[in-house]
Design a protein around this ligand. Structure first.
Ligand SMILES: [Fe+2]
Length: 183
């Protein structure tokens, strides 16, 4: 599967632009994590890009979300490792996160929301001026971007990253695609 095929499939299955942006942001963070750990950048990036492809198709049914997604990505030619990461990122299924890829996707997913929110509260609503230390401060404010699960983000420890480094890496990755994110 090429990156273009993956993106075409995302765009064919997802109407909500913010959801597409969330997946692009997750892709960027996953690529940066893969580089950090010497893992496959394409595999990790595509897993991030595709991980919520079924959200609209499943109509928010958490019992179906990511099961359909895993099937869809396999049809697109994704590896079983990628499909497992996508399947296990929805905790509803109770599937243990086993590989580094599983764990990386799980903690990267909510970090995107925290960083996007940190940009949107700025007067210019741009990522460029967001500093890692301000994201770190927002991390501690529970009511800020409350949907961005802090415990889940903190599971970056399971892939061997301190929270500070994870935030810095995620922020840098998202700044790199700021235009695509409209931020
Ligand atoms: Fe997600």
């Amino acid at each position: 599967m090429t990156r273009k095929e993956a993106l075409d499939s995302v765009e064919a299955n997802v109407e909500n632009e913010n959801l597409v942006k969330h997946m692009l942001a997750t892709e960027a963070i996953m690529q940066a994590l893969a580089r950090r750990f010497g893992e496959g950048e394409d595999e990790w990036g595509l897993t991030g890009l595709l991980h919520d492809i079924d959200v609209e198709l499943t109509g928010g049914d958490m019992n179906e979300h990511s099961k359909l997604g895993a099937d869809l990505v396999m049809e697109l030619g994704a590896s079983e490792t990628m499909a497992h990461a996508i399947l296990s990122h929805n905790e509803t299924h109770g599937i243990p996160r086993e590989t580094q890829l599983d764990k990386a996707l799980f903690c990267a997913d909510p970090l995107t929301g925290l960083i996007i929110a940190a940009a949107l509260v700025r007067p210019d609503k741009k990522l460029a001026g967001v500093e890692a230390k301000s994201v770190r401060k927002r991390f501690k404010e529970k009511s800020f971007a409350a949907g961005a699960n802090r415990e889940q983000i903190a599971l970056c420890s399971e892939i061997g990253l301190e929270l500070d480094e994870f935030i810095e890496l995620g922020l840098g990755a998202m700044k790199g695609i700021a235009d695509d994110l409209g931020l």
